[in-house]
Structures are given as structure tokens and as C-alpha cells.
Ligand binder design. Structure first.
Ligand code: S3P
Length: 735
């Protein structure tokens, strides 16, 4: 950073004073000179060591300063600039802290004719109701955001100096253009303050105001706290940021009038729509602030430390099936009428699907303890979302949505997290293009995906090159919007939840061996859904109960769809003691309670026809193989390389680290059963890898430390509690 020998702070209020304190602490600002209208404030600032020298006359110091921070109210900016103009050296860097930027730019243009190259406009998003030198805090900017609004005429070096200055004060620096800054602040700060001032003023001027305030508890108090802010400052802000504030107010008035109409007309759906969308948005926002939703999940690092557990015992119920949960939201949203869902998986993946449909205007109540109510909008009732649909870690959401969005009237962009962004989407883009859809992907056929609306789709007869339920479902869902018949033929049976649920919603799907077909242009009729427990989640406990000694557990109400039971078949062939009890059917899907007892497993050649039927269960099956006697061989499983991680390589790396011998092939692996040692493994952003190694700990001779396990929340919220409840020994450590 350019060396700063002298810094001049003009205005020693809370903002300028706190910055002086923080820069002094960071040792970055050289000699600090402070100026304020009030001599007593200057004296106090010198006395507490905030500044080295100062006075009420900024003119005396301008020519010698290398850096000038103008921290006066926006309304006073222009007169400070007038003082600066004749004395400012061309190499001195100037920045300000005003909360509206358009007006500061205008003043600068008025004074200098154009914004000086070294004058960088900025705005720290921090403050408090207090003011003056005595209120200044050295850590006011710690973990707060500062927005810089560099203009094209600005000198990039000066931008970098100002940015480093704020970082040294502990702030996170963002950049935005001036207009955007003013719009964002108008909407997020200026409008809410205006509403609070106005509401309190309106209520206070009613005759019975005293009575009203006596009863005004939580809601009023929460909503109007900010009406106690500084009136002069806020008057200045509304004058300075008038156009953006009025625009935000217009949009708010339109929203309020929609709500007014909904109330006048007792329009329950419209009211619920507004409230559920707002509630979800507010919760999402709170989670961002608390660092706990799927956006921050990428930032939050959770590790598992596992130790061998005791003999496992107990009766458990694992969360709802992920595949069925996704589809319940999709078909419920596109149906006519109201769909009630029970047993919905409240994991990040299925919540991403739920949020996507809310973003497209569907009213969805819940989830509350697995219950969700979806107010279907019909096949053509979705609305264009305001922005891209963010699908987190969920490949199922992206691939299935691509199909049903290909037939909409609007354009939509699908994005996801770092892991999803690496996954192949060409496999769905290709058949969709054959149907007439316009689908763009990023380089290498990866997300984000852009789907152009307003295309007319035609049915196709698609011979799938890989056994993928997501590709099949994508094509069939696009087929709902296509002219004529859409047909898919799969090379091996894959999960058929889409076909079953479409039939359950009254949409005819003809199934003939490997082929499924439907006619476009029909309707879906709302139908209640009881989501069975996820066999893919139960799988961890099937292996755990088998490999742990003297164990017996019962896993209730597990989905036993024949296209998903590869795990049971393979484990049984390895010698596992698994029995099914209470077999029944719920909403077109078979379910059973699964009893698992310890058993001595032996290595096998995994039958290839079982591979698609156990596709998500291989990570934990590899753990079973590591505990089995002899060699387990898997082939024909190249799809495992394009899951949330390359599951063949990542599991092999982890098993090798724990002392298990294995050989990797392009489409599979050989695993030699043996003694599992302790060690350190990495989940590679993959929930099922994390849970599989937690299960491995049951037979490990030492502790297994599993890095990066926050992802478990995508499919199995509550995994650790449930596992420890039956006798496993996992502790969660936040990194
Ligand atoms: C799923 C299909 C499978 C599976 C995924 C869920 C689905 O993916 O791995 O977890 O819900 O359709 P592929 O279709 O890529 O095999």
C-alpha cells in the first residue's frame, strides 16, 4: 500500500472517530489529524489518543495530508469540498462515508467539473444511535460491510488504498456502482426507516394514542425501534437520496395495495402467498445472518470425530425420501388443487426445490414437522422468478427442473453451489434440445443452466445412453409440455418415482419394460402424499447394524420401491441378516420396517443389475466390503464418478488412509476386507461419504476424523443424533 504519512479526518463523529481509532490501532494512517466544528470534540479526541493533532479549521491541514476522510453529513459534503478544492494536492487520496452516493457525486461534479481521479466514494454499513467522539468504537467496523462505489474515472490504485484502509479497520469491502448503491440502500434502510417514522407519527397523532401505546407490545416495538433515530440526519438522507427512495416507496405501495386487495376480497390464497413467501425470505435472511442456511453452509466447516461405538440397539425412523420429497413439491406445484405432503424431507436439497417453486409464485405452507401444503397453480401457472433459481447442492433439483422449465413461457437461470457447478448437465440439455428447448450451459456442459422460455416442444423417443432416473424424469416432465408422445427407454431399471407419482396425480404414464411414455397436454390433479423414509438414509444403519458386534436395530417405515432395494439385495448376498416386517403400501410406494442384526459379511462380486438399484448406497457398501471377509468387486458403476463427488476415488482414498487395500477401476473398485485403522479422511463435499466413514468407525481400531461434514444436512438432518442414539459415537466439531 502507498505509504500514508498523514491522514486527515474531517468530522469526528461516531463514523469518523471510530475509523481514526481503528486505523491508529492498525498502525496504517501515519500521523492522524482530526478536524471538527466543535473544539471540545477535537480536544477530547487528542486527549483519548484518537488523533495526534487537530483544530476546527480543516483548511490548515489539507495540503499536507496524504489521505483525507470526509465524514460529515451528506448535506455538508459540498461545503467541505469547496474547502478542499484550492488546497488539495493531486496525489492525495480522498474518500467519504456518506450514506447516499449520487448526491455526493453531484456535489463533486459541481465543485470540480468531474469526480477527481483520487476521490473514492464509500459508505460503511455500520453505526449506532449515539454520536460524537465519546461514542466512537475501535471495533465498529469489525465484520461490517463497506460499500465502495468506484467510478470509471477513478484511479485504481486509489481504490485499492481505500479498500485496504477499510480492511485494516476490520471491514469487508464490496464494490457497486453508484446508482445500485443508492437503490439498495433506499430499499433496505431508507424505506424501513421512513415506514417506522410514519407509523409512529400516524398512531401518535390519533386521539387515543396514549391508550394505543399502552397496549403496543412486541409487534409495534419491534417494528418501530428505528423511529428513534436522528431526525436531522434522516431528513438529510431523504433529500440526498430522493429519486431512489421514491422509487422504493412506489414499489412498496404497490405491494401494500396488493395485500389490501387480498384482505378486502378475503382472498386466502393471495394472503398466504404473500405471508409464506415473506416468512421464507425472512428466515432465509436470518439464516444468512446467523451463518446457518445452505448458502453459509459452504463457509461453515463442520468435522466429525468418531470413535468405536457400543453394540447398536434401538428402533429408529430416518427422514423422508429425498427423491419422493423433490417430486412431491414439483408435481404438487404443477397440479390443480391443494396437495398435502407428510414425511417431507427437511434437508437442504429438497428445501432448495421448495424454495425454487416459491420463487416461481407457488404458495407453499410449511414445512412443519414434515408437513407441507402446496397450493398448486396448474401446469401453466408458474411465474417468472425475480432472479436465478439457486439449487444449492442438489443435482436432482437442477436436472428435473430443467425438464419442466423447458416448456414455460419465461426464461430462467439455474445455479448451484461449487459442487453442483462441477456436475454434468449436458445429459439433460441434449434430449431437451432434441425436443425443441433452448438450453444453454456453461463450459463443459456444467451449470449454470439458462433455459429460454416460449419454445414449443415436441415429444421424442429417447433411448437413454446411461441409466439415470434424473435424465428419464427430466425428459418425461418436459413431455408434459410437449406436443404428442414422449418416450424414454432406459438401459437398466432406475428409480421410477416420477412415473408412479404422475400416475398418482391422475396423469397417464404407459410403462412397458424399459420404456415409459406419456402424452403432452394433460392435467395433474392434486393428490396427498405420504413420503416413506429414505432407503438411502436407512442404508447407513443397515450397514452399521450389520458390522457392529452384538447389534440389532429396527428401522421403521422405509421405502421399499423395487427400483431402490439394491442395498438390501447386495447386503443379503454378502451374508447380512436383514428382515422386512410390516410390509404395506403408502401412496403407491411399498414400505416396510427393516430389522438388521450383526452378521459376518463376506466379499462378493456385486451383480451388475443391482448397480442402478443401489446407486446412492455404494459409499456405505464399500465400508461393508472393507469389513467383509475376502474381496468385493464392483464393475459397471462409472456413474459413481459424477455424483456429489467422484465416489469411487474419494472412497478409495479414504479407505486406503484407514489401511484397507483397494484397487480402483474406471467403472468400479476391488476392496479387500481387512482391519480398519483410525485416521483422517475427507468428505469432498459429499454427504454420503461423510456418513459412510462415520459408520466405518464402528469397526475402526482408532478414532476417525472426518473433514467437512456440513453437507450431511443436504439429505440427512439429525444424522448424528440418531446415530448416537443407537450407540454410535460421533462428535461434531466446528472448525
Ligand atoms: C435421483 C437419481 C439418481 C440418484 C440421485 C437421486 C433421483 O441420480 O443418484 O441421488 O431422485 O432421480 P441419477 O439419475 O444421476 O443416477
Amino acid at each position: 500500500m502507498k505509504s500514508i504519512k498523514k491522514t486527515l479526518v474531517i468530522g469526528l463523529g461516531l463514523i469518523g472517530g471510530s475509523l481514526a481509532l481503528a486505523l491508529r490501532k492498525a498502525g496504517l494512517a501515519g500521523t492522524i489529524i482530526g478536524c471538527d466544528r466543535d473544539q471540545e470534540e477535537v480536544d477530547l479526541a487528542i486527549q483519548i489518543g484518537m488523533i495526534d493533532q487537530g483544530s476546527t479549521q480543516a483548511e490548515d491541514w489539507i495540503a499536507e495530508a496524504d489521505l483525507i476522510i470526509v465524514s460529515v453529513p451528506v448535506i455538508a459534503m459540498e461545503s467541505v469540498m469547496e474547502q478542499l478544492k484550492p488546497l488539495l494536492r493531486p496525489d492525495t487520496i480522498v474518500t467519504d462515508v456518506g450514506s447516499s452516493k449520487g448526491s455526493v457525486l453531484q456535489s463533486a461534479v459541481k465543485i470540480w467539473g468531474a469526480l477527481p481521479a483520487n476521490f473514492i466514494l464509500g459508505h460503511p454499513i455500520a453505526g449506532s444511535e449515539k454520536s460524537g467522539v465519546s461514542a466512537a468504537l475501535v471495533d465498529l467496523y469489525q465484520n461490517h460491510k463497506v460499500i465502495l462505489t468506484p467510478a470509471p474515472e477513478n484511479n485504481p490504485q486509489a481504490v485499492s488504498v481505500v479498500s485496504q484502509m477499510w480492511q485494516a479497520a476490520g471491514a469487508e469491502v464490496l464494490t457497486m456502482d453508484i446508482e445500485r448503491h443508492d437503490e439498495v440502500l433506499a430499499a433496505t434502510s431508507h424505506l424501513p426507516h421512513m415506514l417506522a417514522f410514519s407509523l409512529v407519527d400516524t398512531l401518535a397523532s390519533q386521539d387515543e394514542s396514549l391508550e394505543i401505546f399502552r397496549y403496543a407490545a412486541g409487534g409495534f416495538r419491534d417494528f418501530t425501534r428505528i423511529a428513534a433515530s436522528d431526525p436531522v440526519m434522516w431528513r438529510d438522507i431523504y433529500i440526498a437520496n430522493k429519486p431512489a427512495v421514491l422509487q422504493a416507496l412506489t414499489e412498496f405501495e404497490q405491494g401494500l395495495s396488493r395485500l389490501r386487495t387480498a384482505i378486502e376480497e378475503s382472498d386466502s390464497d393471495a394472503m398466504l402467498g404473500i405471508f409464506t413467501r415473506a416468512k421464507a425470505a425472512r428466515e432465509h435472511f436470518s439464516r444468512i445472518l446467523e451463518n446457518s442456511a445452505y448458502i453459509p453452509m459452504q463457509n461453515k466447516l463442520i468435522n466429525y470425530r468418531t470413535a468405536p461405538g457400543t453394540a447398536l440397539s434401538g428402533r429408529i425412523r430416518v427422514p423422508g425420501d429425498k427423491s419422493v420429497s423433490h417430486r412431491s413439491i414439483m408435481l404438487g406445484s404443477l397440479a390443480e388443487g391443494v396437495t398435502h405432503v407428510k414425511g417431507f424431507l427437511e434437508g437442504e436439497d429438497s428445501l432448495a426445490t421448495l424454495q425454487a417453486f416459491r420463487d416461481m409464485g407457488v404458495v407453499i405452507e410449511g414445512p412443519h414437522q414434515g408437513e407441507v401444503t402446496i397450493h398448486g397453480v396448474g401446469l401453466n401457472g408458474l411465474k417468472k422468478p425475480a432472479g436465478a433459481l439457486y439449487l444449492g447442492n442438489s443435482g436432482t433439483s437442477m436436472r428435473l427442473l430443467a425438464g419442466l422449465l423447458a416448456g414455460q413461457a419465461f426464461d430462467v437461470e439455474l445455479t448451484g453451489d461449487a459442487s453442483l457447478t462441477k456436475r454434468p448437465m449436458e445429459r439433460v440439455a441434449k434430449p431437451l434440445r432434441e425436443m425443441g428447448a433452448v438450453v444453454e450451459t456453461a463450459e463443459g456442459g456444467r451449470p449454470p443452466m439458462m433455459i429460454r422460455g416460449g419454445q414449443s416442444l415436441k415429444g421424442i423417443d429417447y433411448k437413454m445412453p446411461m441409466a439415470s432416473a434424473q435424465v428419464k424424469s427430466c425428459v418425461l416432465l418436459a413431455g408434459l409440455y410437449a406436443e404428442g408422445e414422449t418416450k424414454t427407454t432406459e438401459p437398466a431399471p432406475t428409480r421410477d418415482h416420477t412415473e408412479r407419482m404422475l400416475s398418482g396425480f391422475g396423469y397417464e404414464v404407459v410403462r412397458d419394460g424399459a420404456t415409459a411414455s406419456l402424452q403432452g397436454g394433460g392435467k395433474l390433479k392434486a393428490s396427498d402424499i405420504d413420503v416413506p423414509s429414505d432407503i438411502s438414509s436407512a442404508a447407513f444403519f443397515m450397514v452399521a447394524g450389520s458390522i457392529a458386534e452384538r447389534s440389532e436395530i429396527l428401522i421403521e417405515h422405509v421405502g421399499m420401491n423395487p427400483t431402490r432395494i439394491g442395498i438390501v439385495n447386495i447386503l443379503r448376498e454378502m451374508g447380512a441378516d436383514i428382515t422386512l416386517e410390516n410390509e404395506s403400501e403408502v401412496g403407491g410406494e411399498p414400505v416396510a420396517d427393516v430389522r438388521v442384526r450383526s452378521a459376518d459379511l463376506k466379499g462378493i462380486d456385486i451383480p451388475q443389475d443391482q448397480v442402478p438399484l443401489a446407486i446412492d448406497e455404494f459409499p456405505v457398501l464399500f465400508v461393508a466390503a472393507a469389513c467383509a471377509e475376502g474381496v468385493t468387486r464392483l464393475r459397471g458403476a462409472e456413474e459413481l464418478r459424477v455424483k456429489e463427488s467422484d465416489r469411487i476415488q474419494v472412497m478409495a482414498d479414504g479407505l486406503l488412509a484407514l489401511g484397507i487395500e483397494c484397487t480402483v477401476y474406471e467403472d468400479g473398485i476391488d476392496i479387500v476386507g481387512g482391519k480398519l485403522g483410525g485416521g483422517r479422511v475427507h468428505s469432498h463435499d459429499d454427504h454420503r461419504i461423510a456418513m459412510s466413514f462415520a459408520v466405518a468407525s464402528l469397526r475402526a481400531e482408532g478414532e476417525i476424523f472426518i473433514e467437512d461434514c456440513a453437507n450431511v444436512a443436504t439429505s440427512f438432518p439429525g444424522f448424528v443424533e440418531l446415530a448416537n442414539g443407537v450407540g454410535m459415537n460421533i462428535s461434531v466439531e466446528e472448525a
